[in-house]
Design a protein around this ligand. Structure first.
Ligand code: FE2
Length: 236
């Protein structure tokens, strides 16, 4: 949900090298690939913070897709296809938000565009399901994964941005749990959605936080959260 984008992260420059290296080389068997999704997102989104949010959710959802494919024991081609679908879903879940932020339009307008362009029903259903007010039941693992990762990715970003280094590499899961209890911190992030998301996905909340944190740390550069390399000097 767009509320997860920390306002303090606003950076009017589009992040450079915003395509994670690990998500290049898209599997061609998917009806629409990740590169096409990235282009579609950029056609509709100027905000750097919203692009970073899309990338953060993408890396978390992708990581769960990789885990799920391994658990299912899928052969490599099918596993790649599943992971691609998960990544695309994370990337596109808010792609219509900048132009159509109201609950009357988001994510309905986006869903209409995705339908017209022939994107997979599994992707579209998960995107509808990430907005509670659509009352779309979250049935599939992908549906539940997107919902579980959306608010948490925003919250983890907020945790990184309050570090002196502004680095996700300096965030640890224990401090994230503490911040969840601090109501004044990142008020826009719905804690209940984070907790509900983990329950729906059937994962322990601490493990869920650690899993998504690790996924974001792995792609810290792409997410613009690799930090300054040194603590930012505080005014005396
Ligand atoms: Fe979102």
């Amino acid at each position: 949900m767009p509320d997860t984008v920390p306002k303090s992260s606003m950076d009017e420059k589009t992040p450079e090298a915003a395509t994670p290296q690990a998500v290049q080389g898209a599997a061609p068997r998917v009806a629409k690939d990740r590169a096409t999704a990235w282009n579609l997102l950029n056609e509709h989104t100027q905000s750097a913070s919203l692009l970073k949010h899309a990338l953060a959710v993408e890396v978390c959802v992708r990581a769960y897709g990789e885990k799920h494919a391994a658990e299912l024991g899928l052969p490599p081609a099918e596993a790649r296809e599943m992971v691609e679908m998960y990544a695309i879903t994370g990337l596109l879940h808010d792609f219509d938000y900048e132009k159509h932020p109201s609950p009357e339009e988001h994510p309905w307008v986006g869903n209409q565009i995705l339908t017209e362009q022939g994107w997979a029903e599994e992707i579209r259903h998960a995107i509808l399901g990430h907005a509670e007010y659509t009352r779309t039941p979250r049935v599939s693992h992908l549906d539940r994964t997107l919902f579980a990762c959306d608010e948490l990715a925003g919250f983890l970003t907020a945790n990184a941005l309050v570090k002196p280094t502004k680095s996700i590499l300096d965030v640890n899961a224990a401090s994230v749990r503490k911040k969840m209890k601090d109501k004044a911190f990142a008020r826009g992030v719905n804690r209940d959605d984070i907790i509900t998301g983990a329950v729906e996905l059937g994962v322990d909340l601490d493990q869920h936080i650690a899993f998504c944190l690790a996924a974001m740390q792995k792609h810290a550069d792409v997410l613009g959260l690799a930090g300054t390399g040194a603590a930012v000097e505080q005014p005396g």
